[in-house]
Write a protein that binds this ligand. Structure first.
Ligand code: CTP
Length: 377
């Protein structure tokens, strides 16, 4: 265990206290050079190569817990600002982060703080607390550091989740498709790709090896994930079918065009004063194809967006496409938004989840996937 103290932390506690508790020198400076002296497990020690301390420490970590986290510290985490050792380690680190906010109630309630908390959550950080009660300022309200038991539980959960998909090959279909009409026009939809990308990132953070077959999306490709970029539904079908053969888990979150123009004009279509009719022909149902070719033990998850009779329609998809479960979106709470409200529908249950970030939905989807894999063994 290594303690990192910010300059503000040393106003409250002395480094010596943490040195005695952890048995390690305390990291305080951005350009410190104590890494070779840390006593850590052998696997982590290999990563402490005595180069740049904050990078060495970041690489050696299994988990980074920030407690207490001030409003200012969360703002720095969100913007990737790293003026001190703690924020530099946070920026350089790939391990999961548990953030335990503590501050005065007005600081906690400020729109800026709330938006920073949402951003951290959306990127996969676990936020624990704050609790309500008496505050250091003499006021009372939300802002107290979470109880040590709650922080401990989050740490255990984050550590368990980290390896929960080690060695599992996950294939995610995401983004929208684009069906050209002529060199400048196309048929497409408003899907942002966020939900599928969140699943890919969450699976990566659980130790899975992830392939993301993605149509156009409004997002940067996640690092540590193999990206196969496609455009048309037919290209997506080819890529998904090829990858499916070696995947243990398939999550199909792409918004695939059900139809494509029957003819694609090589030249830009000119305006005339005539009525124009667009003839469309159907695209293949990619997910149904994957369901039909499904290997033994493979877990297959589909998405659905329904405006009426959602659960009944989702169950039909479940059966026809031979899925393990369907993530049913509430249309007004999903398209183009950061958050989502979904119901996880299988043959026997429909579990309605509260509104949460797409990353949190992704975690719940993967929890369900892991439970199903356990039952199939
Ligand atoms: N899907 C697919 N290939 C298609 C269309 C959809 O793989 N050509 C997948 C989507 O990625 C999603 C699920 O199938 O996982 C959605 O099923 P779909 O039957 O298309 O549902 P909707 O389009 O929501 O509804 P509708 O029944 O109205 O088509």
């Amino acid at each position: 265990m290594i303690a990192i103290l910010t300059p503000a932390a040393t106003e409250f506690v002395t480094p010596l206290t943490f040195q005695a508790l952890t048995g390690n020198p305390v990291v305080r400076e951005l350009w410190g050079d104590q890494a070779p002296r840390f006593q850590v497990p052998a696997a982590a020690a290999k990563k402490l190569r005595g180069r740049v301390e904050h990078v060495d420490v970041a690489e050696a970590l299994d988990l980074l817990v920030i407690a207490p986290a001030t409003a200012d510290l969360m703002a720095r985490l969100v913007h990737g600002s790293a003026p001190d050792a703690l924020t530099a380690v946070a920026l350089a680190c790939r391990a999961p982060i548990v953030v335990c906010p503590a501050m005065d109630l007005e600081m906690w309630r400020k729109a800026s703080t709330q938006s920073n908390v949402r951003s951290l959550r959306a990127r996969g950080a676990r936020i624990v607390g704050p609790e309500s009660g008496a505050l250091a300022s003499g006021l009372a309200g939300p802002g107290r550091l979470a109880a040590i038991e709650a922080i401990g539980a989050a740490v255990i959960e984050a550590a368990a989740s980290r390896a929960s998909m080690a060695g599992v090959r996950v294939l995610v279909g995401a983004g929208r498709t684009e069906e050209p009409l002529d060199p400048v026009r196309m048929l497409t939809n408003r899907s942002s790709g966020r939900m599928g990308y969140a699943v890919a990132e969450a699976a990566r953070d659980r130790g899975a090896s992830v392939t993301l077959v993605s149509g156009p999306a409004d997002l940067d490709p996640p690092h540590g994930v193999e990206l196969v970029a496609v455009r048309r539904a037919a290209e997506m079908e080819r890529a998904m079918t090829l990858e499916a053969a070696r995947s243990d888990v398939i999550v199909m979150a792409a918004a695939v065009a059900d139809y494509r123009p029957a003819r694609v004009s090589a030249r830009k279509i000119k305006r005339t004063s005539d009525r124009a009719v667009l003839e469309l022909e159907p695209n293949a149902d990619i997910l149904a194809g994957l369901g039909a070719a499904r290997r033994k033990g493979q877990v297959l998850v589909g998405f659905a967006l329904e405006t009426n009779d959602g659960i009944r329609h989702a169950r039909t998809k479940l059966r026809v496409k031979r899925l393990d479960f369907v993530v049913l979106n509430a249309p007004e709470a999903s398209l183009g938004r950061e958050t989502n409200r979904v119901t996880l529908v299988d043959a026997s249950r429909a579990e309605a989840l509260a509104e949460m970030t797409k990353r949190e939905v992704a975690e719940r989807v993967l929890d369900r996937v892991i439970a199903i894999r356990g039952m199939k063994r």
